[in-house]
Write a new protein. Structure first.
Length: 196
């Protein structure tokens, strides 16, 4: 399984889980999205800035542009070399956040991302499922300033969660859905067992 992506609402524990998985999977390369290469990191700064107004379509296109650069510059060469990549978010994030949360439609957002990535899909996708209420308490508990997306209303995150559930149901052979509301070690164990 060379490309494994990890999805979920902000606060679902993706970063913590990925760090633990990387320790248990020697040789696996951990990457995040948007980011991973200079252009994509600069776009990340733009889309997360709470002081910047970004239209819904512009947001979807910025994420797709960051993703296109990451795939061309770093991800595709790694996969072609046979590396295993653990990716913190990928196309499914845009399908859920912009397609579902922003109401742009999954099909429209998928089309621009298929163009940007050349149709690259993860071999497996792990969805760390939490409720929007748990998301809110975890994000507040971080003690950090919220980014532009984290400031959205509960209804936005409910729509994102619903979109994730729909995506997972449509491709059950690719998606692994894990309840991420429990203790970190239990979540890690559930993911390791599912990937094995």
């Amino acid at each position: 399984m060379p490309l494994i992506s990890f999805e979920g609402l902000d606060g679902s524990g993706k970063t913590t889980l990925l760090e633990a998985l990387a320790e248990r999977m020697p040789g696996a390369i951990l990457m995040r999205e948007p980011g991973g290469v200079e252009l994509s990191e600069r776009i990340r700064t733009l889309v997360k800035d709470p002081g910047l107004r970004v239209g819904d379509r512009a947001e979807a296109l910025l994420y797709a542009a960051a993703r296109a650069q990451l795939v061309e510059e770093r991800l595709q060469p790694l996969l072609e070399s046979g590396a295993t990549v653990l990716l913190d978010r990928f196309v499914d994030s845009s399908l859920a956040y912009q397609g579902g949360g922003r109401g742009l439609g999954v099909a429209a957002v998928r089309a621009i991302n298929d163009f940007g990535t050349g149709g690259l899909r993860p071999d497996r996708t792990v969805l760390l499922r939490i409720s929007p209420a748990v998301r809110a308490s975890r994000v507040l508990g971080r003690g950090e300033a919220a980014d532009r997306l984290e400031l959205e209303a509960d209804a936005f995150f409910a729509a994102v969660a619903e979109a994730y559930d729909g995506l997972a149901a449509a491709e059950p052979d690719r998606w692994i859905v894990v309840d991420a509301s429990g203790p970190r070690e239990a979540v890690l164990q559930a993911v390791l067992e599912a990937l094995a």
